[in-house]
Write a protein that binds this ligand. Structure first.
Ligand SMILES: Cc1ncc(C[n+]2csc(CCOP(=O)(O)OP(=O)(O)O)c2C)c(N)n1
Length: 558
């Protein structure tokens, strides 16, 4: 039987799983893998990044919009440690990202080889599956296991270590096969038990006003049409978490929008309190969504639907738990429900949104200098196409866009890294999202703190001509933390201010079309021109500091 090298087999295994893009950064231990990528005809594009962190964030953004496994790679030692933050974020956010790290030869272990690192120990607690492949002939099955782990059950990240000698080892060509369906997620769906569906349906029928709280699981599962049909049949209100934004279009009469401490507002909290049954779907009911487990109030009747049995009942006493895929669960509930006579929750939604948006619109119309964050959200909402993808970093962007940006199409159009919320995510994740869905406009909105984490990636974006719109909320501070010092620590501002960078000039030096905006009247023309520009563009907006703003944030320590 003909043989491939381990490196060639890895390339073929990725190809057979339908991989089209690999985000990564070169290193000495990766040389055989790179050489195989260079020699073979495989149809995959390698996106060279300037930091492995960015490679992993790109793979994450790519996966979120395309529904396909994102793949990133880096060398041993520093490459493996720098790739980690993006793998962790993806894993905790239930996004399939495969991190491949090449490694020193198995024969050099324990001999103080440069870059030696126990990769398996590093990645094991932070991925659904990790394997350092010690024998070339075991490589194909290890790749198959990783793809199956990532795309079944609760989706998540996986890691494969590829030692140098294994890359040069021998693999029988006949072993290099794959189930291409495992390249997309969810690759298989499990339905909840019938008896549980019946109990859940009668709970829904008995409720006066069910309010759905949808997490990222709804969009991951593609359950938006089933949610829309079920909520409409029930007249139920639909709220979302930050990650669940997109479960329904924001202008749907039953869509309340984001609730919780990051993007929720008093009117949305009060609308949630009208419920006598809360239905969590694809949602962990974590601290941010529930404002530290206070809204919904303990004692509320709960129906919880999730593919991960561990989240059910973790935070609330749950009357019925449905373990399974959101799309199948909602569709089964829909078939189980006979006719439901109930007053629709649309009036509650309308009232809450009128209150929320009237305050917002008044602030967005103001001509203050520095420019108010409300003005930035409202203006972007006017100039961007309706199917744009907006990727937001923590700080000012996440709560403001969660609360006030209206996405008119269901699906993944809003992305924020809500598992760990590390600064410096959005520029790279947005670049990855562009490769995953190139026909739609992709936008990164970052604080100046985040810009500092990720500015080097402007070179990648320019080199690859990624037509990204980047917006920097410039306030010269780690604003979120400063706001926390104001709210909870007697305004004792300590080590949170930094100097203003001229982000437009930095961007220009990389070859990005850049605009600097200080006055409200300049904002719309600059954002419109940048959005329409065919290449990478950045708008640096001098913005009201977060600790002075009316941010839709109820708790700075979530
Ligand atoms: C890697 C990392 N370190 C620290 C934090 C804690 N943190 C959360 S928000 C924030 C400030 C964000 O500042 P900036 O990006 O300038 O946005 P702003 O809040 O000023 O809008 C910090 C430091 C974090 N989220 N990620």
């Amino acid at each position: 039987m003909s043989q491939l090298t381990g490196a060639e087999a890895m390339v073929r295994m990725l190809q057979r799983h339908g991989v089209k893009h690999i985000f990564g950064l070169c290193g000495d231990t990766s040389l055989p893998f790179y050489d195989a990528l260079a020699r073979l005809d495989h149809g995959m594009r390698h996106i060279l990044t300037r930091d492995e962190r960015s490679a992993a964030y790109m793979a994450d953004g790519y996966a979120r919009v395309s529904g396909r496994v994102g793949v990133c790679e880096g060398p041993s030692g520093g490459g493996a440690t720098y790739l980690l933050p993006g793998i962790v974020e993806a894993n905790e956010s239930s996004i399939p990202v495969l991190g491949i790290t090449t490694d020193i030869a198995t024969t050099s272990r324990g001999r103080y080889a440069l870059t030696e690192l126990d990769q398996e120990a590093l990645y094991r607690p932070l991925t659904k599956r990790t394997e350092v492949i010690d024998r070339a002939d075991r490589l194909p099955e290890a790749v198959r296991r990783a793809f199956r782990a990532m795309t079944t059950g609760r989706p998540g990240a996986a890691h494969l270590g590829l030692p140098f000698d294994v890359q040069n080892g021998q693999v029988a060509e006949g072993d290099v096969w794959a189930d291409a369906a495992l390249g997309a997620f969810p690759s298989s769906r499990a339905s909840p038990e019938e008896e549980a569906i019946r109990r859940a349906a009668s709970l829904l029928v008995s409720a006066r006003l069910p309010v759905f709280v949808c997490g990222g699981g709804v969009v991951i599962s593609g359950a938006m049409p089933e949610l829309e049909r079920l909520a409409s049949a029930l007249g139920a209100v639909v709220a979302t978490t930050v990650s669940g934004h997109g479960s329904l279009p924001d202008d749907h009469p039953l869509c309340l929008g984001v609730v919780g401490s990051n993007g929720g507002t008093l009117p949305t909290r009060e609308a949630l309190a009208e419920a006598d049954l809360v239905v969590f779907v694809g949602c962990r009911a974590g601290s941010v969504t529930t404002e530290r487990w206070r809204y919904p109030a303990p004692g509320m009747r709960i129906l919880h639907i999730d593919v991960d049995p561990m989240v059910i009942g973790a935070n609330y006493k749950t009357e019925v738990g449905l373990v399974g895929d959101a799309k199948l669960a909602l569709s089964a509930l829909l078939s189980e429900l006979k006719s439901v006579e109930r007053k629709s929750g649309s009036q509650i939604v309308r009232t809450a949104k009128e209150r929320k948006f009237s305050e917002f619109r008044a602030l967005a119309a103001r001509d203050d200098i520095p420019i108010l964050p409300e003005r930035i959200v409202a203006t972007l909402n006017q100039v961007l196409p309706r199917d744009a993808t907006v990727v937001c970093d923590p700080g000012t962007p996440c709560p403001y866009f969660s609360a006030y940006y209206e996405f008119l199409e269901a699906g993944r159009h809003f992305i924020s890294n809500r598992a760990h919320g590390a600064l410096g995510y959005s520029m790279a994740a947005a670049a990855g999202a562009h490769f995953g869905r190139p026909a739609t406009k992709t936008v990164s909105v970052m604080g100046d703190g985040s810009f500092g984490f990720t500015a080097g990636e402007l070179e990648t974006i320019v080199r690859l001509k990624v037509p990204l719109l980047m917006v920097v909320i410039s306030n010269g501070a780690y604003g979120w933390i400063k706001a926390g010092q104001k709210a909870g620590f007697g305004r004792r501002y300590f080590s949170v201010d930094f100097s203003r960078t001229d982000h437009a000039r930095v961007a220009e030096a990389f070859g990005v079309k850049a605009f600097k905006v200080e006055r409200p009247a300049e904002l719309k023309p600059a954002l419109a021109a940048a959005a329409e520009y065919g290449g990478p563009a950045l708008v640096d907006v001098m913005t009201q500091p977060l600790h002075e703003a009316r941010a839709p944030v109820s708790e700075w320590v979530a």
